[in-house]
Design a protein around this ligand. Structure first.
Ligand code: ADP
Length: 507
């Protein structure tokens, strides 16, 4: 149970019993615990023993002077409020008492109400002092907390194993942690507060940070990233986010940089491994395939139809494996940048006509029509690797044939403008559900449903197409409606000088 608060102690120091009694009678009903002393020493002893908050002190005492008692009290108990009562209320005594720390002075004789008012004021003063002290404590605590928080944050940001740069909305660097400086090869003691160009040489990274700082990428999904390398062996990855103010305005940006060298090395090793294994498997598999073909043709009519079926299946499967290995090798060549032959001027209409002629038999076997629509007149030639172009459009047209049912329609549309050449491969086949649309360009991704179940493939065709198109500086997109068909659109940049050449001579 909570104890009621102890009443406040008031000490009355006066050698006149009449005054002591009188004051006692006034103060007790006010709820104070009253102590009395007739002498100075007695008063100081009481102070040491009791919890006294207010002292009413006569200046005329028989042993020590009231002024000395006042000084002693203020020295040992600075918070205690002292009210002087005196019959010799001169201005001089009043001034001295105040100098020695008295709070108030009541000249004798005084009315009980005067005493009550003086005591009330003393209490108020004490409460105000207490409140001021509490506020001061709070302020000090807040400052200490802030300081602690700041130094904590500072320590954390400095110890982060990722690079951090904070910019203001003008793109000036306001914070750079040591990892960032290390990644950017900046001196350890380089100070913040300067323009971005002083810290970052890479122009693309600089303009990305500037865009973040000025609030160009505020959307939750709008977060472009940037991969770059420093020297031949260090690969870094930067991403940023805007720093928003209270009303959502952009105050600057936080940019982080991570080291992705290990990931890159792993990726390279993986690619090398796949390329090596594929390479090693290709010759024995081709041999098995050829030998199976020989065995099959030698054994026609000599083995049971069931055995012949088994052998043909084995031959088909080895053919599938050889195709897969071919695709894997193509992919690894594209990724290592070694696929492209020296570019030549290619007439795209002729190249497409050749592919259509080559794949036409397959389309005909499914009773599909396959047509090329092209603008009239001479087209500007495209400067590119013809083998790569054959692989791109061979894959797209083969897919159109494969994923379109019998009697289907496949249309190839060729267009050009000043800067680009565009080829669309359209079919009215199975189409692709929106949720697969992004993924079909990933390696080994194949849409699995009851329509595609019996269509064989490796899931490597579109990644190869995308890799080749991008290596040529072009882009590929797809639009599709399930059950209605698909349109793959490839855009390739024309060589800057191809128009002037007008397809006359090459080189
Ligand atoms: P593959 O054809 O060997 O499976 P691709 O990488 O060429 O591999 O294609 C990936 C997947 O994309 C295919 O499995 C198929 O589901 C889908 N796809 C590609 N082209 C078309 C198309 N023209 N119509 C419908 N689906 C397609």
């Amino acid at each position: 149970m909570n104890q009621p608060p102890e009443p406040m102690g008031v000490l009355v120091v006066d050698d006149e019993p009449r005054i002591r009694d009188g004051l006692n009678r006034v103060l007790k009903p006010m709820g104070y615990r009253v102590f009395t002393a007739a002498r100075g020493r007695e008063a100081l002893e009481l102070m040491a023993q009791q919890n006294v908050a207010i002292v009413v002190l006569d200046l005329q005492l028989p042993d020590v002077s009231g002024m000395e008692v006042l000084r002693a009290i203020k020295q040992d108990y600075p918070r205690v409020v002292v009210i002087i009562i005196t019959g010799f209320g001169t201005v001089q005594t009043a001034a001295e008492a105040m100098r020695n720390g008295a709070y108030d002075l009541l000249p004798k004789p005084f009315e009980p109400d005067q005493l009550r008012i003086a005591i009330h004021r003393a209490r108020e003063k004490m409460q105000l002092e207490k409140e001021a002290e509490r506020l001061q404590q709070e302020k000090l605590q807040t400052l200490a907390d802030l300081f602690l928080e700041k130094s904590r944050l500072h320590t954390i940001v400095n110890a982060l194993p990722i690079g951090v740069m904070v910019t203001d909305h003008q793109g000036q660097a306001v914070l750079i942690n040591p990892t960032f400086k290390r990644y950017m090869a900046l001196p350890e003691d380089m100070a913040e507060g300067q323009a971005l160009a002083l810290y970052i040489n890479d122009e693309a990274l600089r303009s990305l940070i500037m865009e973040f700082s000025q609030g160009c990428h505020m959307g939750p999904e709008d977060s472009p990233t940037y991969e770059f390398s420093i020297g031949p062996d260090k690969f870094l990855f930067a991403r940023g986010r805007p720093v928003l103010g209270e009303s959502g305005e952009c105050l600057g940006a936080v940019v982080t940089i991570v080291d992705i060298t290990a990931m890159k090395v792993l990726d390279r090793l993986k690619r090398e491994f796949v390329a090596k294994v594929s390479h090693e498997l290709r010759s024995p598999l081709s041999t098995i395939h050829e030998q199976l073909a020989v065995v099959l043709s030698d054994l026609v009519g000599q083995v049971s139809p069931a055995d012949e079926h088994l052998l043909s299946r084995a031959k088909e499967k080895t053919q599938g494996l050889i195709a897969l290995i071919g695709d894997l090798l193509d992919l690894s060549r594209i990724e290592s940048g070694a696929f492209s032959e020296a570019p030549k001027f290619v007439h795209m209409d002729e190249l497409l006509e050749n592919i259509i002629a080559f794949l036409g038999t397959r389309a005909a076997s499914k009773h599909q029509s396959i047509t090329l629509q092209r603008p009239a007149g001479a087209l500007p030639p495209l400067k590119a690797d013809p083998l790569a172009l054959e692989s791109i459009f061979g894959n797209l047209i083969t897919n159109a044939i494969n994923y379109t049912p019998d009697q289907g329609r496949i249309e190839i549309h060729l267009r050009t403008n000043e800067t680009h050449l565009e080829v669309q491969v359209r079919d009215n086949g199975l189409g692709i559900d929106a949720r697969h649309m992004e993924k079909i360009f990933e390696r080994f991704y194949r849409v699995k449903n009851e329509h595609t179940r019996y269509i064989t493939g490796t899931g490597l065709g579109l990644p190869i197409v995308k890799g080749l198109v991008e290596a040529m500086g072009g882009s590929i997109g797809v639009q599709s409606q399930p059950g209605q068909g698909s349109t793959f659109t490839v855009r390739l940049p024309l060589a800057a000088d191809s128009n002037s050449l007008g397809g006359k001579t090459e080189g």
